[in-house]
Design a protein around this ligand. Sequence first.
Ligand SMILES: Cc1cc2nc3c(=O)[nH]c(=O)nc-3n(C[C@H](O)[C@H](O)[C@H](O)COP(=O)(O)OP(=O)(O)OC[C@H]3O[C@@H](n4cnc5c(N)ncnc54)[C@H](O)[C@@H]3O)c2cc1C
Length: 386
Amino acid sequence: MPDPIIEPQDAISAEVRRWVDQEVIPVVEELEHKNIFPEQLVEGMKQLGLFELMIPQDQGGIGASYVTYSGVVEELARGWMSLGGILNTHVIVTHLVAEFGTDQQKNKYLPQMSNASRRGALTITEPNAGSDVQAIETVASLEDKHYVVNGSKLFVSNGRRGGIFAMAVKTDPNTKPRYKGISCLLVEPEFEGFNVTRDIEKLGYKGIEAAELSIDNMRVPQENLLGGEEGQGFFQVLSGVEVGRVNTAARAVGVARAAFEASIKYAQQRKAFGKQIGDHQAIQLKLADMYTNITAARLLARWAAGIKDQGGRADTEVGMAKLFATEVATEATLETMRIHGGIGYTKELPVERYFRDAPGMMIYEGTNEIQRTIIAKNLLQRYALD
Ligand SMILES: Cc1cc2nc3c(=O)[nH]c(=O)nc-3n(C[C@H](O)[C@H](O)[C@H](O)COP(=O)(O)OP(=O)(O)OC[C@H]3O[C@@H](n4cnc5c(N)ncnc54)[C@H](O)[C@@H]3O)c2cc1C
């Protein structure tokens, strides 16, 4: 009987696992603690074809399924969650261009994204707009076939090294309902007026930058309006964030699995009161709960990815997977720290990294409170009384 959470799900995941074991795990602690962007590992991810993985075949990519993607991201995150984050916004933006882009946008950007000469970043959040996406204040006004953009953006993952940004802006700030005034622009960081002002220090999720952007009279050619029609941005970026939630659910399973693997090993190595700690029932309960929850989270993550593969929106299913898997990861990483006792709280072992990485996933890609509100809203619609 194959172990449901230990066996890689397919050949690509198995290849990524081999690469993670050989190339990532030996270097991750140094990169993490020095907060170094993993250039070498990104090269390795390119060689593995990960940046073209989710680009449709008819647009020059590999065209993998979301189920495959979920497995690949889990393997990456088992080694280092940040690698899943580097891939995440790239896949979101390739999805946006492939799904909504004009032919010109697809022809220009997808080949550059396939070979990772431009890696994608998604920028929605602002100082006064996080969960409430419709509150964004960055304004784009059309002048002489260019959008002139002004505003500021926060927490842009891959914001310093991204090569193409899907940027949510208001093209009509006064329209009601507010979402109708939102559009999405494809922004190259070479455009004048695009400024990275700082990298925000984080608890975990090291190596990858969360940048702050200042956008000052940036001129974006009109042809870079995603899909060529104003007012579509809200639904476009939400569709992108949903793809991000497939990634985040898988990343959470990967981190939780790393925590479990460390725990099951340590439980058989460490002795207390004359026996292995794994022979104490208190530790056994933790191992059993951890494994049960991770298995459930993994099944939910893959199931939701499978629903996403059927096409269209899957915000209830993907939201449930993101919600459950990230809560499981947060709990599992804390339990792993308990199982490891004092050494688990030190920088001698990666356990403290898992513990720092997990809770961020409850917040970004839509907080878990927001996931619950989306799930409940959809359920009330689905089960509405006549
Ligand atoms: C490491 C990191 C990376 C990120 N990367 C990106 C990125 O690449 N691109 C990007 O655009 N953004 C990114 N973000 C931003 C992230 O998506 C937001 O932080 C997140 O959506 C929450 O927004 P907020 O921080 O403004 O919190 P707020 O919206 O201010 O929420 C504060 C609290 O209120 C709760 N709350 C708010 N509204 C409701 C409601 N209606 N019902 C119930 N509870 C509510 C929230 O759940 C939360 O608990 C990143 C954030 C982090 C920390």
